[in-house]
Ligand binder design. Sequence first.
Ligand code: ZN
Length: 248
Amino acid sequence: MTPTALDLSAMRRALVLADAAAAEGDVPVGAVVVDASGTIRGEGRNLREATHDPTAHAEVVALRRAAEALGTWHLAECTLVVTLEPCIMCAGAVLQARVPRVVFGAWDAKAGAAGSMYDVLRDRRLPHRVEVVGGVAEGEASTRLQVTPPAARAAAHPPQSTPAAPHPPQHAHRHAAAHPPQHAHRHAAAPAGADARAGVSAGGAGRPRCRTGRRGRCRAGPAAGNTRGSRRDRAAGRPSRRPGPGCR
Ligand SMILES: [Zn+2]
């Protein structure tokens, strides 16, 4: 894909924003959201150090401001122009905003999610895909990134007085339970007054009921009153695949 004149103009503004980020001690990344006419609707720079916000990447800041300016989260007529290849979080934000096109400067071999490490923006398994134009003004964008501000460098590599635990709390958290909130929600007790169309079946008052409708494949387990697991399931200590009392 070839960048347009509007892309190049927007990239110039993004590079200025990257410089502003560096001046405040952040990693120099800038981003703008432009509409079909090339008008800038939102712009942002990396504000992680300035705001102590781990999600304050330039792309997220620019998308939020564009959505606010346009009065909608649905940025289907816009292009995101950013000086660095979006990370996984920012690529996810692009998909959520339904942005159809992303133009970026430097490739990020360590964490890029637009073709380097991952290709979230063009993943065919996802319902929304994005046109990607990478390597625009790459030299200028890369040069800025080669000089990481001291504050950002210190935050990225804090001094360690004690050896790191092999499995830090985040790791333990991620693997503590598979999707506990969603699972609990999907198998929550049926609200009073709900009818069968909402996936509620007859049962004892106050009993948690399976609302998945996945008869025969329910994994609700004892929490949803499903204690009719097979002998093999009980021996392995895993939830039953059989429909429990709350299942339809
Ligand atoms: Zn990011």
